[in-house]
Design a protein around this ligand. Sequence first.
Ligand code: ATP
Ligand code: MG
Length: 237
Amino acid sequence: MNIPKSHPRYKSLLYREKIVEGINRGYTSQVGLVAHGRGEAFDYLLGEKTSSYAHAACEAAVAKLMSTRSVLSANGNVAALCAEEYVTLSKVLNAPIEVNLFYRTPERMKAMEKRFLEAGAEEVLGLAEDAEIQIESERRKVDSRGIYSRETVLVPLEDGDRTEALKRMGKFVIAIDLNPLSRTAKKADITIVDNIVRAVPLMVELAKKKPRWRGFDNAANLAGSMAIMQQNLSNSQ
Ligand code: ATP
Ligand code: MG
């Protein structure tokens, strides 16, 4: 569909179209639309911009990802919304991308790999299926060279179950999740409460400055994001 650039919700419509394209091309699941809609609602409450809290979380995340052996997990919405930027982040951080899907089929795994290779990735992990983490869903299937063995895992648009499983394995978990109330947001060590389409390019920029790890208080940061949402709600009355 051709969305006129002058439309007041141009960007929002464009990202919806990208998810639909992901479904048509076989890497995004239809359920991805629902997750996207939930994200949009929280983004509205945030004012659709990166807050100072999200900025601080991105900086801490980059510092941690750069100073440890890390891996960037990817699902169908990540592939649809920002595959190129995710590949750039993977390169600046020297951390591989691993595909991990809840609605996993061999065809979708292949389509995901193709999407990231087209976007410039040299290698895409996750298809080997040679290790498992302790959860019931299809997301238990991981790569021994990636999520299974690396210390720090970036998990955008995650489900709480897998975040908990990764924490039980002693991993440092960094989430990107617009919903500060989700289990994922609360369980992660660092939660970036921002839209992935803004957070990933910001992380690329921050990585160039090589930030130092100075620790991070996730509960305080989440409270800050929630306060912004509350403020926006009360201002609009
Ligand atoms: P839990 O509470 O267990 O973490 P959940 O119900 O939130 O689970 P999902 O629906 O799988 O799990 O998660 C999708 C999450 O991703 C939602 O919290 C949603 O707000 C967030 N999300 C969706 N789109 C984006 C986006 N573009 N950028 C950042 N976060 C997003
Ligand atoms: Mg979640």
